[in-house]
Design a protein around this ligand. Structure first.
Ligand code: ZN
Ligand code: ZN
Length: 325
């Protein structure tokens, strides 16, 4: 029924065996960690998502959520070597700040491969190593015990084990990418920071383009992004603002409820997860945003599933496939 506001049911939280293909959210917040009784359900830690599939452990971004992930891996592996790949979307603090506190990096048995693109005015190696230097931090990246392998990405398509991974530059200040990971249990798109192209003409303005030229570029970029996302089973997307808040944050690099739903519908994704929650939003506010996103999807007659990403929640990829059948 339209117009009925109810608290959205929580995301499924299951305890999977380590081999089950799944996604786990360790940090869902944007900008800065906000631990508080008001953010308990959706979580206060910044961006970090773990994907287990096809024998790989993939970690998406290293916000403060990577700290509890490190603790959990330590408990799970009990001294056995941990091999994982960390994909970084961009250099903003909320996506790298947790790395110095990632327990897995402090054990010589472990192997950590880190992947990402050069940033604006900094190489990818600098992005990862500079924050871990005096006077910012007492231990340098080189002093970490684990085998660390920092890889600058040049290609927009690559593989890790059996997983094919595609990257796309998105609309966010500096250099920022989204990733789409193709597993044998479906594909997951991860765009934690992205502002819709159609409203964002600042880049074009800087290049002194006419409004018509800027509009055309924005439309082309949008079409390319829809193509990149098309048919994703799960889309984890930056929905930091309500539509009203977005009006006063144009150009800040983040998305809003209606633009995100429209993008998910256009790209025909199965499940949309609201992500990069604003630090000023408490759990009830995120509930309301999820509800209004569902209203919009329902009004369009779509079966798009929508939930707010919750720290500590897991999605079983196989279970999702069964549920969708
Ligand atoms: Zn961010
Ligand atoms: Zn950012």
């Amino acid at each position: 029924m339209h117009g009925k506001i109810a608290v959205p049911p929580p995301m499924p939280s299951v305890s999977a065996s380590p081999a089950s293909p799944r996604i786990k959210f360790w940090g869902t917040r944007g900008s800065i960690p906000v631990p508080s009784p008001e953010t308990l359900r959706y979580g206060g830690n910044t961006t970090c998502v773990e994907l287990r599939a096809d024998g790989e452990i993939i970690v998406l971004d290293a916000g403060s959520g990577i700290r509890p992930l490190g603790v959990a891996l330590d408990r799970e592996f009990q001294g056995r070597p941990i091999k994982l790949s960390l994909l970084i979307t961009h250099a903003h603090w909320d996506h790298i700040q947790g790395f110095p506190f990632f327990k897995a990096a402090y054990d010589s048995k472990n192997e950590i491969r880190i992947f990402g693109f050069d940033g604006a005015g900094a190489t990818f190696r600098e992005i990862m190593t500079e924050p871990m230097r005096s006077p910012f931090f007492p231990i340098t990246m080189r002093d970490l015990s684990a085998t660390m392998d920092i890889n600058k990405l040049n290609e927009m398509k690559f593989s890790l084990g059996k997983l094919d991974i595609h990257a796309a530059f998105v609309n966010h200040p500096g250099v920022c990418v989204g990733y789409r990971i193709f597993t044998s249990s479906g594909s997951i798109a991860f765009l934690p920071d992205h502002e819709p192209y159609e409203f964002f003409l600042h880049v074009a303005r800087g290049k002194q383009l006419s409004p018509a030229e800027a509009k055309e570029i924005a439309a082309d970029q949008h079409t390319a992004l829809v193509q990149f996302l098309r048919g994703s089973d799960i889309l984890i997307l930056d929905i930091q603002y309500t539509d009203q808040e977005y009006e006063t944050h144009i150009g800040w690099g983040h998305g809003s409820v209606s633009s995100a739903v429209a993008l998910a519908l256009e790209a025909q994704v199965q499940t949309l997860l609201l992500f990069h929650h604003d630090p000023s939003h408490d759990d009830q506010m995120v509930d309301r945003m999820v509800e209004s996103a569902r209203e919009l999807a329902m009004q369009s007659g779509s079966h798009l599933e929508i939930a707010g990403a919750q720290e500590g929640s897991e999605i079983l990829l196989e279970a999702k496939k069964v549920a969708a059948a």
